[in-house]
Each structure stands twice: as structure tokens, then as C-alpha cells.
Design a protein around this ligand. Structure first.
Ligand SMILES: [Zn+2]
Length: 108
């Protein structure tokens, strides 16, 4: 099942200002790949990606801190958090790292 892309509202493009010259440009929407619609898989990625954001912000971690903590690039964390990529692997890493940290503290 598909639904209208929440980012581009079905227009298939994202508008923004770009350098040089601070001019208005249009780019294909990165959330829907320029189709104007998202499917169930993308919707699930967004929902699970939101979990990453809740985890990160509830611990007052910046994107850089969170990505360093589990050893990925900030862009990878950002893409997963926004549901642009499958957040499953990152969620697994976060879980493993958090459990490892808890176990480490328990031994102190
Ligand atoms: Zn879109």
C-alpha cells in the first residue's frame, strides 16, 4: 500500500536555496525517490528511524556523538533516523552497545 509522501506532499521535489548565489533549486525528493508516494516499507523505516531519534535526544546526544558511539558516519545515523535507509542495522547496533555499556557499568 502506498500513501502520499509526507515530505514533498506528493510534489515529487524538494525546493531549497543553494550556493553559489543563494538561488532556489529543485531536487528530487529523497524520501520518496521522486515518486511522490511512499510504500509500507518506507513508512516502517520512518517509524523505526523515529525510535533512533527518541533514543538519541532522550540522552542529550548530538548526531555526531550518537554516530561516534556506535561507530558509523553521522550521515548514516541521519539517514536511518529519518527513514531514508533501513534503520534495522543501526537499531541492532544501538541495542548491542547499550547492553554492553550497562554490563560494563554493572561490573564496576
Ligand atoms: Zn517525496
Amino acid at each position: 500500500m502506498t500513501e502520499t509522501c509526507p515530505r514533498c506532499k506528493g510534489t515529487k521535489v524538494i525546493r531549497g536555496y543553494a550556493c553559489p548565489g543563494f538561488r532556489l533549486v529543485e531536487m528530487p525528493c529523497i524520501d520518496c525517490g521522486g515518486t511522490g508516494e511512499v510504500d509500507d516499507v518506507r513508512r516502517l523505516w520512518r517509524e523505526h528511524g523515529a525510535t533512533l531519534k527518541v533514543f538519541r535526544t532522550s540522552r542529550d546526544m548530538s548526531l555526531g556523538e550518537a554516530s561516534r558511539w556506535i561507530g558509523v558516519r553521522p550521515s548514516e545515523w541521519s539517514d536511518a533516523e529519518h527513514g531514508r535507509t533501513d534503520p534495522g542495522e543501526l537499531l541492532g547496533r544501538v541495542q548491542q552497545k547499550a547492553i554492553g555499556d550497562i554490563r560494563g557499568k554493572a561490573r564496576l
